[in-house]
Design a protein around this ligand. Structure first.
Ligand SMILES: [Zn+2]
Length: 302
């Protein structure tokens, strides 16, 4: 029986085929949802349209199927959901929680000489000066401190104004910012738990703040360690990320489970994909996943 309460999702950006790093996030969210007899959704995060392409979407969906991960309900595409993001933006505007900003990236760089993280200094918070043109829309933050307990990484706390600054919710190129889109989608799809790579850990506080300001429910969060090269760089096509095997998904699936410290038995390699998933769902343990932001990939060959 399906647990109506648990709703998880895998939300790739279609900027290339599924690679080992994104496969780990997919497997984790799928196992977590199936373990609770919950619903598992796929959302294509193509809000940043210039960086995305339809071929990548097709390749990602094909890979998920080959790897035995079947989604429930229809796939949602961010590129088709502007009306939902606009409604959320209108609510923030009506509460005076957003403001127009005329600053370019260069303007912020100049003002923030000593600030390598590009924290927005609030230049346009009290109105745009010198008749400059509005470019983007920012969230009006107010030193909110956001705390949450990540199911893998543990306690996390951030002062948004100090650590990030008033962040962009609608971009200068007129696209909705990812931070706003993801929050609207998680609410609209009633997501109860977000399982994703640890590169998103730092964005989570911004997303929780938006949820609070929009009176949305905050889901649970679980950030999985990233697979890196031995020198700590994120796996990518450029640094020879191990390709995921599309002909036979089993060896890569076993490697991913080993990476996640689920210790699959050796003879599982010879089983069919359904049997492997039965084992995963029966034995899935989030306690076994290391509370690390990243793990060099070849550590999994232990
Ligand atoms: Zn500005």
């Amino acid at each position: 029986m399906t647990n109506m309460l648990y709703r998880g999702r895998f939300a790739p950006s279609p900027t290339g085929p599924l690679h080992f790093g994104s496969l780990i996030a997919a497997i984790s969210s799928y196992a977590q949802a199936r373990k609770q007899n919950g619903t598992w959704l796929v959302r294509i995060e193509d809000v940043d349209q210039p960086r995305c392409d339809a071929t990548s979407t097709k390749l990602i969906l094909e890979a998920l199927e080959i790897y035995g991960m079947q989604w429930d309900e229809n796939i949602v595409y961010q590129s088709q959901r502007d009306h939902l993001y606009q409604t959320a933006l209108d609510i923030l505007k009506s509460k005076n929680l957003s403001y127009d900003c005329a600053c370019s990236r260069k303007d912020i760089n100049v003002n923030a000489e000593y600030n390598s993280n590009l924290i927005y200094p609030g230049t346009c918070k009290n109105g745009i000066k010198n008749n400059k043109q509005a470019r983007s829309i920012r969230l009006h933050t107010n030193n909110e401190i956001i705390n949450f307990n990540d199911k893998v990484q543990g306690y996390y706390s951030q002062n948004i104004t100090k650590d990030v600054g008033d962040f962009i919710i609608k971009r200068a190129d007129n696209l909705f910012a990812y931070q706003l889109a993801v929050v609207v989608d998680d609410e609209e799809q009633n997501i109860t738990e977000v399982v994703r790579g640890s590169d998103m850990l730092d964005s989570t506080a911004r997303q929780i703040l938006l949820q609070q300001l929009l009176s949305y429910v905050t889901p649970q969060y679980m950030h999985i360690p990233l697979a890196t090269t031995e020198d700590g760089n994120k796996l990518s096509k450029q640094n020879m990320a191990p390709p995921i095997n599309i002909e036979d998904p089993r060896p890569t699936l076993i490697s991913a489970l080993t990476f996640l410290k689920q210790y699959p038995p050796t003879d599982l390699r010879d089983c069919n994909i359904e049997t492997i998933w039965d084992w995963v769902i029966n034995n899935w343990s989030i306690k076994a996943i290391p509370a690390k932001l990243s793990i060099p990939y070849n550590e999994t060959n232990d």
